[in-house]
Design a protein around this ligand. Structure first.
Ligand code: HEC
Ligand code: HEC
Length: 191
């Protein structure tokens, strides 16, 4: 009797302390909140949502910045301070959070223009950007429009280090006058 009560108390205490102290990875992930928002749902139009992207995609991004293979304004400098193990932990952490689209409104005419221009993107991104076939392909639905447009401009510019050849090619095939509509189309999709 005494023993089982003790065991219960000990289990309770353990659970309480496990809840109170964030794990090392949670503490590390909290440093991302300033820019990427709580749980990776960003509140700034130039900062991407990252919660719920796939683990291989997140890991690949961070490793490309760490090695200097991929251009960045901010992430490269930041991620060089992390070990490969920490990067793997961060990728796992953010991939387990739900993808939360930040649905942005746009004109019907703009949405129609964007939809028409994204026909060839559907094979990989799905018709609304929310159903990528492959784990290496990020969600675009409810991503920030300004960020989507910025990314496409980077892929289009040969002087910017962006290693993904197919996305370079696809972005270049878009008409410059469609970039904003494409970005707004994906940003407006809830699913
Ligand atoms: C000072 C602001 C800032 C902080 C802090 C920050 N980021 Fe970023 N993050 C950015 C910016 C800006 C970009 C766009 C790429 C660039 O230019 O660096 C970005 C892009 C990303 C992307 C690419 C998303 C995509 O689909 O293109 C990932 C993944 C990411 N950050 C993960 C993280 C993680 C994990 C942390 C915490 C360890 C973190 N970031 C902390 C500013 C920040
Ligand atoms: C062959 C498959 C494929 C096709 C077709 C494709 N994409 Fe992608 N897209 C990808 C992959 C894979 C990535 C991640 C690339 C990387 O690692 O840089 C990506 C990344 C992106 C990103 C960056 C998102 C972020 O969070 O940084 C945007 C924006 C994008 N695609 C838009 C488009 C548009 C618009 C089209 C059509 C004109 C298109 N894609 C066609 C596979 C594809």
């Amino acid at each position: 009797m005494k023993l089982s009560l003790f065991a219960l108390l000990a289990a309770g205490l353990f659970a309480a302390s496990a809840q109170a102290a964030p794990t090392k990875t949670e503490a590390l992930a909290a440093t991302c909140n300033n820019c990427h928002g709580v749980n990776g749902v960003s509140v700034g139009p130039t900062m991407p949502n990252i919660g719920g992207l796939s683990e291989p995609y997140l890991k690949n991004m961070m490793l490309q910045w760490k090695s200097g293979e991929r251009y960045s304004a901010t992430m490269g400098r930041l991620i060089k301070g992390y070990s490969e193990e920490q990067i793997a932990d961060l990728a796992k952490h953010f991939s387990k959070l739900p993808w939360t689209p930040v649905v942005q409104k746009a004109d019907a005419a703009v949405l129609a223009k964007g939809k028409a221009a994204t026909e060839r993107c559907e094979t990989c991104h799905g018709d609304t950007g929310g159903k990528p076939d492959d784990v290496d392909t990020p969600m675009l639905n409810g991503q920030w429009a300004q960020y989507i447009q910025l990314e496409m401009m980077k892929y289009r510019d040969d002087s910017v280090k962006m290693p993904h050849k197919k996305m370079r090619g696809n972005s270049k095939k878009l008409d410059e006058s469609d970039l904003s509509a494409v970005a707004q189309y994906y940003a407006a999709q809830p699913k």
